[in-house]
Structure formats: C-alpha cells, structure tokens
Design a protein around this ligand. Structure first.
Ligand SMILES: Cc1cc2nc3c(=O)[nH]c(=O)nc-3n(C[C@H](O)[C@H](O)[C@H](O)COP(=O)(O)O)c2cc1C
Length: 241
C-alpha cells in the first residue's frame, strides 16, 4: 500500500549540501506549526527550538559540531532543546531533576523535530540532524544562554538540496520488528545486510568507504561517548535524583 505521505517518508535521506536560497517566512511558519502539532507527553510541551540567525553564532556552532560545513551553509539552522525551565518559571517548587523527565524531554523533542523534518521534506526541502552540537555542550549552553533545565539535543539544517543522494538501506525487518517477544539477532541475515551496505558504501557518489554496517559499530559507538555528559546533565539540573 502506498500514498504520497508514505512515499515521502520512505524517500527520506539526509541532505548535507544546500543551495543558498533562503526559506520564506511562510515556509518557516509552516514547518514550525507542523513541529508544534506533534504529540506531547502529559501535554507538558517541554521542547524549545532556537533558530540561529546570527552568523557568528552559526560559525561557532559549526565549529563546535566538528566543522560540519553544512551547519554554516544551510539557510536555516535550528537547535532543538528539551526544556523544563518554562515549568520551573511557572512554579519553582515543581519537582524537577527526575530521570523520567529527561526521557520525556528527549522523546517529545525528537518527535517534534521529526515532524519538522517531514514538513520540510514535503515542501521539497532537505534536512540533516546535527547531534554534533553535543560535542561541546557547555559552550553551546553558554552561546545560546540556556538556563538550567534546558538541554540542547541536536541541531537541524534545513534548506533546498544541492545534492540528490539515494536513501540508505535499513536493517531487514526481521531484525528489528518482532511479534510478542524479543528475538536475538540472526547473524546470517545481518551478514546479508552487511553485503548490501558494503555495496551502498562503495557505490555512493560521496564519502565512499570500505566494509559493511556492523563492522563500523565499535568505532561509531566509541567515538560518540561524550563522557562529560553525566556531569553536564547534573550541572544543568537533569537527573539529579
Ligand atoms: C539525532 C541525530 C543526530 C545526527 N547527527 C548528525 C551529525 O552531527 N552530522 C551528520 O552529518 N549527520 C547526523 N545525523 C544524520 C545521520 O547520520 C543519518 O540520519 C543516518 O546516517 C541515516 O541516513 P539518512 O538520514 O540519509 O537516512 C544525525 C541523525 C540523528 C537522528
């Protein structure tokens, strides 16, 4: 079964090269409204978007994110934050700092951001999330003047694509979609996927690399450890109890 929404979702690919064409106010409004229409746990509305229009701040964020050039060149760059500061402003006696609130803030904010991505893609735009803003999260917090109980989760580049990459093959359904109970992984199916990814990585026009998917797991996980995160979270008022 297919329809235009499902087609759009299945055509998704991250865009890392943009035309300089600015988005109209109407487009920005439309993407924002779609983002805000997302579900919200207990209707707490615990997310905030910071649109970066200041070029110097954009440059610093691009640097913080590991010199990802598209952070600078994308017409729009939005930082998505989990945010319980608003609730603290409403009533400073509310019991913040619970692990559950961290989960809730991350879940709601990611759902909201994905609505923005889908809306943008439906307008012919492209996007890429930038988790790299967490590489120097202290600096990002100072730069964006984030108070306690606000947690910058990721950035989002939005703009007209100046590239047309193919969608990336995903894990086979049988490895991630189970009936009734968890299933340990079938290694034969994994190795078939690795072959498919190996072909994809060697044939794509940019950033070609050897190997499949699973051989990259240790390096990828180890490189993204950000060991400072727990103390940052505590300092910012998250998971203190
Ligand atoms: C929360 C999050 C953070 C990400 N951070 C980055 C990033 O910092 N830089 C980047 O180039 N891509 C980033 N990505 C994009 C992923 O690399 C990309 O979604 C993945 O490789 C799958 O490719 P696709 O989006 O083209 O299907 C991020 C994706 C997510 C969901």
């Amino acid at each position: 079964m297919n329809n235009s929404t499902i087609d759009l979702l299945c055509r998704h690919r991250s865009i890392r090269a943009y035309l300089s064409t600015a988005l109209s106010d109407e487009q920005i409004d439309c993407i924002f409204k779609a983002a805000q229409a997302a579900s919200s746990s207990s209707f707490l509305q615990c997310s905030t978007i910071i649109r970066i229009t200041d070029q110097d701040k954009r440059q610093q964020l691009a640097h913080d994110a590991g010199e990802q050039s598209y952070v600078m060149s994308a017409p729009e760059f939005w930082v998505f934050c989990a945010d319980f500061n608003r609730h603290h402003q409403i009533d400073s006696s509310v019991n913040l700092g619970k692990a559950e609130q961290l989960l809730l803030g991350c879940i709601d904010t990611a759902i909201m951001a994905q609505n923005a991505v889908v809306a943008a893609e439906s307008l012919g735009l492209g996007c890429v999330y930038i988790g790299g803003v967490r590489n120097h999260i202290d600096h990002v917090t100072t730069l964006l003047k984030l108070p306690r109980y606000v947690l910058p989760l990721f950035g989002l580049c939005i703009g007209y694509p100046d590239q047309n990459p193919d969608p990336k093959p995903r894990l086979p359904r049988s490895l991630i979609f189970f009936d009734n109970e968890y299933q340990m992984m079938d290694k034969t199916i994994l190795s078939q996927y690795d072959q498919q990814m190996s072909q994809y990585y060697s044939e794509r026009p940019t950033n070609q690399k050897p190997g499949g998917w699973s051989d990259k797991i240790p390096t990828t996980i180890n490189k993204e450890q950000r060991d400072f995160m727990l103390s940052y979270l505590h300092k910012q008022g998250w998971i203190t109890k």
